[in-house]
Write a protein that binds this ligand. Structure first.
Ligand code: FES
Length: 125
């Protein structure tokens, strides 16, 4: 049911953990399943130099957190804001339809962390 990439990122998730004094932190939850994802970003000159996550959730939520943090590292915050849940799922070789909502959590957590960074700086974009 899961692609090899999903299994790989679930079993060996990249970027698990927290960043102390993170420049942006975003936490989102899915009301239906109760899963929670928290993303921490280190940002220098609007470039994401490090990203970590903590996910209390299903395997697809862990795999998509892992992949999304990999995809945004080294990107500008504006590029990262364009990351869609579909792109994360595609990078993982696809997700079963019933698991697509898990990838939405990853997109939303990244966006929430960037918005937190902008808010801390008194910016809107
Ligand atoms: Fe809740 Fe996957 S079942 S995020």
């Amino acid at each position: 049911m899961y692609s090899e990439q999903v299994m790989d990122h679930f079993i060996n998730p990249r970027n698990v953990g927290e960043i102390e004094n993170a420049d942006g932190v975003g936490q989102v939850g899915n009301a239906k399943c109760g899963d929670i994802m928290k993303v921490y970003l280190k940002i220098e000159n609007d470039i994401i130099v490090d990203a970590k996550f903590k996910t209390f959730g299903c395997g697809a939520a862990i795999a998509t957190s892992s992949m999304s943090t990999e995809l945004i590292k080294g990107k500008s915050i504006h590029e990262a804001l364009k990351l869609t849940n579909k792109a994360v799922a595609e990078a993982l070789g696809g997700l079963p339809p019933v698991k697509m909502h898990c990838s939405v959590l990853a997109e939303d957590a990244v966006k929430a962390a960037i918005e937190d960074y902008l808010k801390k700086q008194g910016r809107t974009e």
